[in-house]
Design a protein. Sequence first.
Length: 235
Amino acid sequence: MSSKSLILDIETAPIKAYVWRLFDQNVGLNQIIDNGGVICVGAKWLGDKETMLFSDWDQGHETMLESIHELISYADAIVTYNGDRFDLPKLYGEFLLAGLGATPPVTSIDVYKAVKKLGFISNKLAFIGPLMAVGAKMKHEGFELWTKVIDGDTKAQNRMARYCIQDVKLLEKVYTKLKPFIRNHPFLGDRGACGACDGKVLHSRGYRRTKAFKIQRLQCVTCGSWQDGKREKVT
């Protein structure tokens, strides 16, 4: 059975706090009015047409968290952009506070980490998508979109939903194109298939050598990813 990879992106509300100045602020805990939190989550299964959106304004906060908790629990891998540092810790913290319990261990594929190894002048998704000619983030009015969403503006909430969904679709395209360059990609395929995309046709492309082994190089015809084949001990 093929593995299931979940493409995921979140949007969060800003922190509200009392401050004395515009610059060089150290905000104390007793100055915080609202510590923000996740307000919507976009997700889709890799290769599927449907993109899902769970939000505070449509499902309510508790149902939103329950829905994405269930999807993560069913996934074999989660694909994010800077998700190891931002999206996943935010979600796991919210799961704890909501009493949902820990999700099962799941493989994380943070595309941002792979992009950082390619030497581009910017690693932002807004730059990488057009650079790779796979699409662009949705334009919007900026920070005002978040304030309108929090104030209950339904049109702004619809724009936020479209913005998050577009990020998910763009991330899938970037990940698909970048996949052959992710050298430490986890093995997610069936035995004898490509570990990155589960492609069934692998071509032998010579060998690489270590001090102790001669290792067959295999390349997937479908996605172009490389993986190791037979290992032969050097005597």
